[in-house]
Ligand binder design. Structure first.
Ligand SMILES: [Cu+2]
Length: 307
């Protein structure tokens, strides 16, 4: 565990920028546990897997072969680059982050295809796997996107843009790209909660299938939703599914998006939701299960261990 004193050594300011933060955090690396240290390190990438690209699109998808990274840690892939307009957002109040997706020529991309009903999915996670946000930015006609962010606590974050852009040949290219983002101030790290097969959100209890997950292998992961001890059967469609599941790998913040199986049919989802889980590397992941009832989106976090 990292002490708060050591973590404060990583106090970051907008002026210091993410480069300094990365160095300090990397220097604090190696103490294991919930150490947020390696979040600043860059990654050379993993083979493309269905965990980071929409599985439904990966099937027979032209152009998938040349995708160099599948863990969402690269800022650039297949000629597309995620370019935030700022490296920090202020702490403790709602903020917006502007960014562009640029092509190989550095020009803003404006041709996108919807995935799960949205042209752009944007995620934020702090290095200790807290502070999760999932929002849907709006694009101006000439390319810039604006992500509306809720108030964030200080710390070193990673911001992910998940989208399907059309390349010069008009072919859709599904990508997850990310960059570091700083929220200035004294950061207090939270230890990663231990693995658990149950979690709560807004009065709902979610039970996770207890099968041992193994890295690099596809598993069925079942999440069962109950309220007051009774199975829930009134889940509403959310982004064309009954649940949306995002996962982040402890340490490097590698990204994985797990896809629910089955189709949506009215406000009758639940109680069991089945995902195709393909988590590319061993270690701990923090999962964020999002589902909707009564017009409200609920977010339930859980830690899972992958061997
Ligand atoms: Cu989304």
């Amino acid at each position: 565990m990292l002490t708060s004193t050591r973590f404060r050594a990583a106090r970051v300011t907008a002026a210091a920028g993410v480069v300094a933060a990365a160095g300090l955090l990397a220097a604090a690396c190696g103490s294991g546990g919930a150490d947020p240290g390696t979040s600043g390190t860059d990654h050379s990438g993993m083979p493309m897997t269905s965990a980071a690209a929409p599985a439904s699109k990966a099937d027979g998808m032209p152009g998938m072969d040349d995708m160099p990274t599948g863990d969402g840690l690269a800022a650039e892939s297949s000629g597309f680059r995620f370019v935030p307009a700022a490296t920090s957002v202020p702490a403790g109040k709602p903020a917006s982050l502007s960014f562009r997706i640029t092509d190989a020529a550095g020009k803003p991309v404006t041709a996108f295809e919807p995935d799960q009903t949205k042209l752009m999915h944007f995620y934020l996670i702090r290095s200790d796997l807290t502070g999760f946000q999932h929002v849907h930015p709006a694009m101006a006609a000439d390319g810039p996107w604006t992500a509306p962010l809720a108030a964030a606590q200080p710390g070193a974050y990673r911001a992910y843009a998940s989208f399907t852009a059309k390349n010069a040949a008009g072919k859709p290219v599904p990508l997850v790209l990310s960059q570091q983002l700083t929220v200035p101030g004294d950061a207090t790290p939270a230890p990663l909660p231990p693995p658990s097969t149950t979690t709560q959100a807004d009065g709902y209890t979610l039970s996770l299938g207890s099968d041992q997950l193994m890295s690099g292998m596809s598993h069925e992961l079942t999440v069962t939703v109950a309220k007051d001890g009774k199975p829930v059967t009134d889940l509403q469609p959310y982004l064309d599914t009954y649940a949306h599941l995002t996962a982040f790998h402890e340490g490097d913040l590698a990204f994985a998006h797990l896809h629910p199986q089955g189709t949506v049919n009215g406000d009758h989802g639940g109680p069991a939701l089945t995902f195709e889980a393909m988590l590319p590397k061993p270690g701990s992941y923090r999962l964020f299960v999002q589902f909707q009832t009564g017009g409200v989106v609920h977010t339930a976090p859980a830690t899972v261990r992958v061997s």
